[in-house]
Design a protein. Structure first.
Length: 267
């Protein structure tokens, strides 16, 4: 049974929640499409959108709705608690893959922050590692591991929702350095659409470090697989490795592998 058919006949509260989910996943939804999907009138859809706008979840535009900044991009603290055990398992797998003397760029995000926490716990085993990051949470996780780790923070414009540093400045550092491995986070990875992120400035930083490194490892818990968001970072074929978690949809993992992506599912 398709998602469209199961969306018909939902009670009003659940219907509005599904509309919010669709806005986040698709960036824009049209009134006509929503009316057909949920089997309700366009008048009812407009009333739902009005309610969602009142609580700050969406912004109504001509013919439909888009998500507000807060709805589209959850705060770092909210994301940190989501899939926490899965992110910890992913973190452990990735740290075990790194060499003691590597130079590594660690991207912003909650899964990459979990990886930094695990890396700090293993600092003596990777005592010659140089870490570059544009994430304040990652830098703070690594602070107690200095030394033996060397940590370079890129600088740049601070984004308050994710505590990340973006252009200008962040890209200038990327232009001057080359790292062995880039560890990326994302808000979506789809076999066809590729690696995507909800925020354009962060996507630009991700692209630059991907291009400046010897290999790219993507960290994505299962909720990110099969999802496409606003800005493309790179095709999945450009990844050297994807590390995901136990909740990853098996069909999406199989499709990624069919496209030549090396995937590790952390248990």
């Amino acid at each position: 049974m398709s998602e469209e058919s199961t969306d018909r006949g939902l009670p009003a509260t659940r219907r509005r929640e599904r509309i919010r989910e669709l806005v986040i996943g698709q960036r824009y939804v049209g009134v006509g499409d929503l009316s057909e999907r949920f089997g309700v009138s366009e008048v009812t859809v407009r009333a739902d959108l009005e309610r969602l706008e009142e609580v700050g979840q969406i912004d109504r535009v001509r013919g439909g709705a888009i998500g507000t900044r807060t709805a589209l991009e959850n705060t770092f603290a909210h994301q940190l608690g989501s899939h926490a055990e899965e992110k910890a398992a992913i973190a452990q797998v990735v740290v075990d893959l790194l060499d003691a003397s590597e130079s590594v760029f660690i991207d912003s995000g909650t899964t990459t922050t979990a990886m930094a926490r695990h890396l700090a716990e293993r600092a003596q085993a990777v005592s010659r590692m140089v870490v570059v990051t544009n994430s304040l949470p990652v830098a703070l996780e690594l602070e107690d591991a200095i030394p033996p780790l060397q940590v370079i923070v890129t600088g740049g414009t601070l984004r308050p929702l994710q505590h990340s540093l973006v252009d200008p400045m962040s890209g200038l550092v990327a232009d001057q350095l080359h790292v062995d491995t880039t560890i990326l986070g994302c808000t979506g990875v789809d076999p066809t659409a590729g690696v995507t992120n909800i925020n354009v400035p962060e996507s630009s930083v991700k692209q630059r470090w991907h291009e400046k490194s010897g290999r790219t490892i993507l960290l994505a818990d299962g909720s990110k697989l099969g999802v496409t968001t606003l800005a493309r970072v790179c095709p999945v074929e450009d990844l050297d490795l994807l590390v995901t978690g136990a909740s990853a949809p098996a069909d999406v993992v199989a499709h990624l592998r069919k496209r030549g992506v090396s995937v590790i599912v952390a248990e």
